[in-house]
Design a protein around this ligand. Structure first.
Ligand SMILES: [Zn+2]
Length: 322
């Protein structure tokens, strides 16, 4: 509807109708338009200041979510580092002790990545402390995982070697000894059968008929095979890992020096050669140059009861054949 304008005329005391020009009308419209726009913009800014823009609000929500995720991540990293510590303790106190390996140095496990400050770029972030701290934990964990896997590789290698070791360690009796009846005398101070004085007996005697097979008690290489003074016909086997065994007073030798033998293989026959008072096998076990008590090296042959019985019989002083 078209607007009609009037103006008060004090002279005639009437309202005279006026007719504004196009220009005046346009100016009036523009004026009102600008005022409207100004008011609108003002309200918008006020609302923006009070409530924030939708995208800013989203960003704030996302930011707080990220922050709480960071906290969760940091806590989980702490847990992972705890598990790692348990692994390291088992590694140090169990696996490495059993395998007689050196411990992994703490310095190697906790070493950082060089000396330069890798975290400098992160320092100007809003939550720098949290981010740097979490990143440091992450780095420490990856370092420890790397070191631990290396350590386990080493332990596995040692276990494999231990397998060989188990095959080589003397672990059975050198003659068939059903019901342990062939056990004549053990290791230790005994009355010498010829001189009748107390003398150290360096091995164990098994009484058996001449010609009874004598077995290698572990895998190894023949080091000596021939006459050896008081031992008579004698075989010495080197098993590696510091172990050497001796089989003395044989009637027959079936192996040659340098020959590889496996546990249970027949290497010769029982006899009574050298300083001997009757057919028997004199058996010795040496570890790293020390003479051991052979009774502890039949563990693949004897169960716990037989082992006890064997110790009883071996303690018998009366049947040394030398
Ligand atoms: Zn003996």
């Amino acid at each position: 509807m078209r607007k009609v304008y009037y103006i008060y005329n004090p002279k005639t005391r009437t309202y005279d109708r006026i007719y504004p020009t196009m220009r005046q009308r346009a100016m009036s419209y523009l004026r009102r338009l600008f005022v409207g726009m100004g008011l609108g913009a003002g309200c918008f800014i006020i609302l923006l200041l009070i409530f924030g823009s939708p995208s800013e609000k989203d960003l704030r929500v996302e930011n707080s979510r990220l922050l709480s995720q960071y906290h969760i991540l940091s806590t989980r990293l702490d847990e992972a580092l705890g598990v790692m510590q348990q692994l390291q303790q088992r590694d140090d106190n169990l696996y490495r002790v059993i395998m007689q390996a050196d411990l992994v140095a703490d310095a190697l496990r906790s070493a950082s990545y060089g000396k330069t400050n890798r975290y400098e770029d992160l320092m100007d972030m809003a939550n720098a402390k949290l981010v740097v701290n979490t990143t440091q934990k992450m780095d420490l964990l990856s370092r420890q995982i790397y070191m631990q896997s290396k350590s386990f590789d080493e332990v596995v290698e040692l276990c494999k070697k231990q397998d060989d070791m188990l095959a080589c360690i003397p672990a059975i009796q050198p003659v068939a000894n059903k019901d342990l009846k062939q056990t004549a005398s053990g290791y230790g101070n005994r009355i010498d059968p010829i001189y009748k004085t107390v003398k150290f007996h360096a091995g164990m005697d098994f009484s058996a008929n001449v010609g009874t097979p004598v077995y290698a008690t572990g895998n190894g290489t023949v080091q000596k095979a021939g006459w050896e003074g008081l031992y008579g016909n004698c075989i010495v086997i080197n098993h590696g890992f510091g172990y050497v065994t001796r089989y003395a007073h044989l009637s027959k030798i079936d192996v040659k020096v340098g020959q590889k033998v496996v546990r249970g293989e027949t290497i010769g026959k029982v006899g009574s050669t050298g300083k001997s008072t009757g057919p028997h096998l004199h058996y010795e076990v040496h570890l790293k140059g020390q003479i051991m008590n052979p009774v502890n090296y039949y563990f693949m042959d004897l169960d716990a009861d037989d082992y006890d019985k064997m110790i009883q019989i071996a303690a018998n002083h009366g049947k040394v054949f030398d």
